[in-house]
Design a protein around this ligand. Structure first.
Ligand code: CDP
Length: 230
């Protein structure tokens, strides 16, 4: 499908940051699917639904109203994340959500509910969608697929710095442990595991800064999407 970009990769590999820059530059819609899994996880925590209660969590995913709107406040957010109309933009990033989100994302019922919504949004085209299974399951027909990777240590260091900037009390070791655990659950689950699509281009961001990775992927977009038009 023309002008659709799928970007997948493990936790904290920089997908959202890079995708946002690309979306702004090329005038595409940026859609971070991880937010939806985080929203369901936060919803379960807020409603005291046990995370291990697969049936109730799946039901919640079917029913919950998740909205992603343009940013209403200038506090570093790229979007407002609304659950049932209430702003939970930063709450979906809290450590408790990080610790539980991969369990929730492994439930087939949750994936079915969210994948359906993601496909519907993707069909409009002119979109860069970010997640774990976009190139393999959600938009297998995407015009360009990128798999963004980096070592667990580098990814944990970046996520740790983000937490420090938000003044959250965490240690580097605990962030690294959560990143590794999420990667393991995401890669080993039965439905739509984290995997590089056969036709995805692998970009490794170890030792590169944001601008270097952005320039590298921007060149790929220009070559694949814009080049293929002319
Ligand atoms: O930003 P970060 O890489 O830490 O994670 P995220 O993209 O916000 O995704 C949070 C979690 O949601 C992942 O660890 C996966 O368990 C799940 N997820 C998924 O299963 N499929 C997607 N398409 C996106 C996220």
């Amino acid at each position: 499908m023309l002008e659709t970009i799928a970007m997948d990769g493990p936790a904290a590999s920089g997908k959202s940051t890079i995708a946002k820059l690309l979306a702004d530059h090329f005038g595409l819609l940026f859609f971070d699917t991880g937010i939806m899994y985080r929203a369901v996880t936060l919803g379960a925590l807020l409603e005291n639904i046990p995370i291990m209660d697969e049936e109730s969590v799946s039901q919640l995913a079917e029913q919950m109203e998740i909205d992603v709107a343009p940013p209403s406040i200038e506090d570093g957010r790229t979007n407002d994340i609304l659950l049932e109309g209430v702003d939970h933009t930063w709450a979906v990033r809290q450590p408790e959500v990080d610790e539980n989100v991969s369990i929730v994302a492994a439930y087939p019922g949750v994936r079915a509910a969210l994948t359906k919504q993601q496909r519907r949004i993707g069909q409009r085209g002119r979109i860069i969608m970010v997640g774990r299974d976009i190139g393999t399951v959600v938009m297998p027909e995407a015009a360009l697929k990128i798999y963004l990777d980096a070592s667990a240590e580098e990814r944990a260091r970046r996520r740790y710095e983000e937490c420090l900037a938000r003044e959250e009390e965490v240690s580097y070791e605990s962030v690294l442990a959560v990143v590794k655990k999420r990667d393991q659950i995401d890669s080993e689950r039965d439905v739509a595991p984290l995997m590089q699509a056969e036709d995805a281009i692998l970009v490794n961001s170890d030792g590169k800064n944001i601008d270097q990775v952005y320039q590298e992927i921007k060149a790929l977009v220009e070559e694949k999407l814009i080049g293929s038009k002319g």
